[in-house]
Design a protein around this ligand. Structure first.
Ligand code: ADP
Length: 261
């Protein structure tokens, strides 16, 4: 006795084929929509610094160049816009290479404490210009070796600490806490007492180009890509970035890495 008649079998095959084709079309449509949205976002982001630089240069060409103080001010502003454009293109390339899997991770053993020290040293100047100190807390008795991609983890720490400075008020506090948990894992916490992030924005700040305050981010040289890059790097380490924030009090960004024995 046949449990399924041949006709039923054919019908079933056709149905499942149609279903899989429908799914394929749906995925293709979604990809096309995603690509269109991405290109629209990029074009908009690129236009902003280009328009700004063009504006300053045209004003100079239209006569402002005669006045020495105006000349210097406008040239500095044009240069700032071009630097922002350069950073944006570099961040876009990095993100694109990460998303397409072109960027390889190079894992090695290193001292995470030293990497954080280097990042702080690099950012100290930026902080002191705004009356801030970056405080680094760790236990001198403990080991903080990990096995990870050193350059990329440098980048993660650099993005988080520089955000804690950027989105803080002058004279604000920035703290970095490095902790070792029973020789199993290490955690890094970057804390600021800036204005915090509204709950409705918290989930979205890791999306490319998402900013809570667009003008503030741009004015501070932000591309809106930093946290998207951080998220990708940590995913490449099978880790993730966590955030908690209280409006008016500040934010804490944290992540984990394995401890290297
Ligand atoms: P950006 O280049 O704009 O700094 P990011 O991807 O690093 O981009 O961050 C995305 C947005 O998240 C920022 O524009 C800012 O609005 C918000 N943000 C990030 N870090 C903090 C922080 N420590 N405090 C307050 N807001 C922050």
């Amino acid at each position: 006795r046949l449990s399924i008649s041949p006709l039923k079998k054919i019908n079933k095959t056709i149905n499942s084929y149609a279903l899989s084709k429908n799914k394929e079309i749906e995925t293709l449509q979604k990809n096309a929509a995603f690509r269109r949205e991405f290109i629209a976002d990029i074009s908009h982001e690129l236009k902003t610094p280009i328009f700004a630089a063009q504006g300053y240069i045209h004003t100079l060409l239209d006569g402002a160049v005669e006045d020495k103080s105006v000349r210097l001010k406008f040239l500095k502003r044009a240069a700032k816009s071009l630097n922002a454009l350069d950073k944006l293109v570099q961040d876009l390339l990095t993100l694109n290479q990460m998303e397409s899997g072109v960027i390889k991770f190079h894992f090695e053993a290193f001292d995470l404490k030293e990497v954080i020290h280097e990042v702080i040293e690099e950012l100290e100047h930026k902080a002191s210009k705004r009356d801030m100190l970056i405080r680094f807390y760790y236990d001198k008795e403990k080991q903080y070796h990990t096995f990870a991609d050193k350059d990329k983890i440098f980048r993660v720490c650099q993005n988080l600490i520089s955000n804690a400075i950027k989105y803080n008020h002058d004279g604000g506090e920035v703290e970095v806490h490095l902790k070792a948990h029973k020789g199993q894992k290490l955690t890094v916490e970057v804390k600021d007492n800036g204005k915090g992030i509204p709950p409705e924005d918290l989930k979205r700040i890791f999306e490319r180009f998402y900013r809570v305050e667009k003008s503030r981010s741009r004015e501070k040289g932000g591309t809106g890509l930093g946290l998207a890059i951080v998220k990708h790097i940590l995913e490449g380490h099978k880790s993730k970035i966590s955030v908690s924030s209280t409006l008016g009090k500040g934010s804490i960004f944290s992540f984990e890495l394995p401890a290297e024995k």
